[in-house]
Design a protein around this ligand. Structure first.
Ligand SMILES: Cc1cc2nc3c(=O)[nH]c(=O)nc-3n(C[C@H](O)[C@H](O)[C@H](O)COP(=O)(O)OP(=O)(O)OC[C@H]3O[C@@H](n4cnc5c(N)ncnc54)[C@H](O)[C@@H]3O)c2cc1C
Length: 608
């Protein structure tokens, strides 16, 4: 595993923290007192923290990664992390880098998420399992901070932020996973006002932890997304006879092919003690905040895993000689390396944009929370928050979808660069490929992400049909961008192809449901159902691939305008964007409905 400082020796990552991130805007929103008034110095001190952490991660966590993978975790009995994983987590806690994003009054450093995000990328590059374990200190802490009482915050958050205890967040049950409305775990209020949980949760990362946040049905007889609530569930509760006893059963940890060092647990609850976070009925709204953060985090993790494969392939291709020259000098290998490098840079551009947007939304939220309802500053701040929230909503499924799909492709290409050694366990590229396989699955599969992005796209165009007249018009960020030269020509062609495909899809719907119904939908007097939109939804992944490329191309082109040394990267990515958009537009407009016809046949044969 490459041993170097994973922050300062990674030129592309460091570039964002030195040049791209607008610290003058971000620091005053997060830092306090004197630090808030000196953005440049404060940002420098944050970079220093990342550099110290990058040294630890790049030399020590990376060195233990193969052992963490080999040892995995026990699958039955006393489920815990392996000694090298425990060593990684202890080291991170000693450096004080676990609670970077947690407010200072709760034992953290009060930094913006974008600093913690660099930790996530570096850790994912060193060892994707350690990154998952690291994330489950602050993910439950964030939920407790957001929805917990003062006592709950004081009891748990400082210990999570310091890495003294680890937690879990459980939505998924044995039958209902991303279909949150089907949650079968129930919470029952006792006559003394306390709550008991009964049911099972499946696939819970870090489920062996000391405390968890759990989604359960709290209103008897409620259905779907109504009547859900979040609960804080400690692993141990006081017991009159034993002093303390286990509150629920950690049944097993799954035997997986990927992220072996992170226990993925099945939990069983029988009248388990729990404290409610917030109120019954708020669970769905609350859990979406976790899902949104987790999706960005998986986008970041994807970039880290892809970076690991890229660095390994670059080093190997420079020293492996075939036919009298290093293999990187054979054009087909050079092309693989360049494609990997371009992809990783693109993934980083996308998650960075999402992370900064996330920080702005959080900061505006906190500010609004402090303002009275009649404060004259409120309307303008609310409008700014709405705008950036819309942008974040557009970026999040793209970061998750594109990051995870592309990480697999990059890891697979990395294996190809290693030739026969790629499939040999002594070389780490096989682990990168195995670990990448989880990325498009957890925190909402790729299919769910692309459906979300497509439904949002449809909402935007039905809300403002005039946006269809301008290519990319549903998104002010896409339609408002113009670039010079070759990059500009490719961008214009790509946005045009996207617009053509979208218009074609909508005309196709109109042809099928009739123009009168479409007009009623646009006036808000009717709604289209899934059957009306079947071909649009079948095209979801194609549309999402186009959107992800367009946004990354736009971001890299904007960078190239300010920093000409980014020009070749922007041009390479934009050429690819034009190709991806042209191909996907052609595929959409070919109107291949084989899958829809197959569904009808399967359905008919099942009901015959
Ligand atoms: C290692 C690991 C860690 C995890 N950690 C956690 C955790 O910490 N907390 C937690 O709550 N959960 C966790 N999960 C659960 C994870 O989020 C789910 O496994 C994931 O969301 C997929 O759900 P599923 O397994 O039920 O697949 P299914 O929903 O059954 O999906 C199977 C296939 O069908 C597709 N599909 C399903 N519905 C649709 C649809 N409507 N349209 C199109 N395609 C569809 C999916 O994309 C997928 O390809 C974890 C899972 C794993 C494997």
């Amino acid at each position: 595993m490459k041993s170097e400082n994973y922050f300062s020796a990674n030129a592309d990552l460091a570039f964002y923290y030195e040049k791209v991130i607008d610290w003058d805007r971000l620091v005053p929103l997060y830092a306090e007192a004197e630090d808030a008034r000196r953005p440049a110095q404060t940002a420098e001190s944050w970079r220093e923290v990342l550099s110290v952490a990058g040294d630890f991660v790049g030399h020590q966590v990376s060195a233990r990664a193969a052992e963490v993978d080999r040892l995995g975790t026990p699958h039955q009995g006393d489920i815990k992390v392996s000694p090298p994983m425990a060593e990684n987590l202890r080291g991170l806690a000693e450096l004080g880098v676990i609670g970077l994003g947690v407010p200072r009054e709760y034992g953290g450093e009060g930094m913006p998420f974008v600093t913690q995000a660099a930790m996530l990328e570096m850790l994912a590059r060193a060892d994707a399992s350690t990154m998952v374990q690291y994330a489950f200190f602050t993910s439950p802490a964030a939920m407790i901070l957001r929805f917990g009482s003062d006592a709950q915050k004081q009891r748990w958050v400082p210990r999570l932020a310091r890495g003294e205890v680890v937690g879990w967040v459980a939505m998924t049950g044995p039958g209902a996973c991303w279909d949150v409305g089907n949650v079968s775990t129930t919470a029952t209020r006792q006559s003394d006002g306390t709550w008991r949980i009964t049911g099972r949760k499946q696939f819970i990362s870090s489920g062996h932890g000391e405390v968890g946040v759990l989604l359960a049905r709290a209103v008897p007889g409620s259905r779907g997304l109504n009547g859900l609530a979040l609960f804080l569930v400690p692993k141990c509760v006081p017991d009159a006879e034993q002093g303390e006893r286990e509150n629920y059963d950690v049944e097993r940890a799954e035997d997986k092919v990927c992220i072996n060092g992170s226990p993925t647990c099945a939990l069983s609850f029988t009248e388990s003690h729990a404290e409610i976070l917030g109120a019954p009925g708020e669970g769905w709204r609350q859990i979406t905040t976790f899902m949104n953060e987790a999706r960005i985090a998986v986008g970041i993790q994807s970039c880290g895993v892809a970076q690991a494969a890229l660095s390994a392939a670059q080093d190997y291709a420079a020293q492996r000689v075939q036919m009298g020259k290093p293999i990187r000098e054979h054009p087909l290998v050079a092309e693989m390396l360049l494609d990997m490098e371009t992809t990783v840079a693109g993934l980083r551009a996308l998650w960075m944009e999402a992370a900064v947007a996330y920080d702005l939304v959080q900061a505006f939220d906190r500010r609004l929370h402090k303002l009275s309802e009649v404060d004259p500053e409120r309307p303008a701040l609310e409008a700014r928050k709405r705008r950036i929230e819309g942008y974040l909503r557009e970026m999040t499924p793209l970061a998750k979808y594109f990051g995870s799909e592309e990480a697999i492709r990059v890891a697979r290409t990395g294996m190809q660069v290693f030739g026969g050694y790629g499939v040999v366990k002594d070389y780490e590229v096989e682990r990168f490929l195995r670990d990448s396989l989880i990325l498009p699955i957890y925190e909402g599969t790729s299919q769910i992400q692309s459906l979300m992005a497509t439904k949002d796209l449809l909402k935007a165009v039905t809300r403002d049909p005039r946006s269809l007249l301008a290519p990319g018009g549903h998104s002010p960020w896409l339609s408002g961008s113009r670039f010079e030269g070759v990059v500009g020509r490719h961008y214009a062609a790509a946005v045009r192809d996207f617009g053509r495909a979208l218009n074609w899809l909508l005309w196709d719907v109109a042809r099928r449901v009739g123009l009168r119904r479409v007009v009623a939908v646009m006036r808000g007097q009717a709604e289209l159902d899934e059957a009306d939109l079947d071909y649009v939804l079948l095209s979801a992944e194609r549309l999402t691939q186009m959107l992800a490329h367009l946004h990354i191309g736009r971001l890299l082109a904007q960078q190239a305008e300010r920093w000409p040394e980014r020009g070749p990267l922007a041009e390479r990515f934009m050429r690819r964007t034009a190709d991806v958009c042209a191909l996907n537009a052609r595929r959409i407009m070919r109107s291949d409905r084989d899958a829809l016809e197959a569904i009808q046949e399967w359905h008919a044969s099942a009901t015959a």
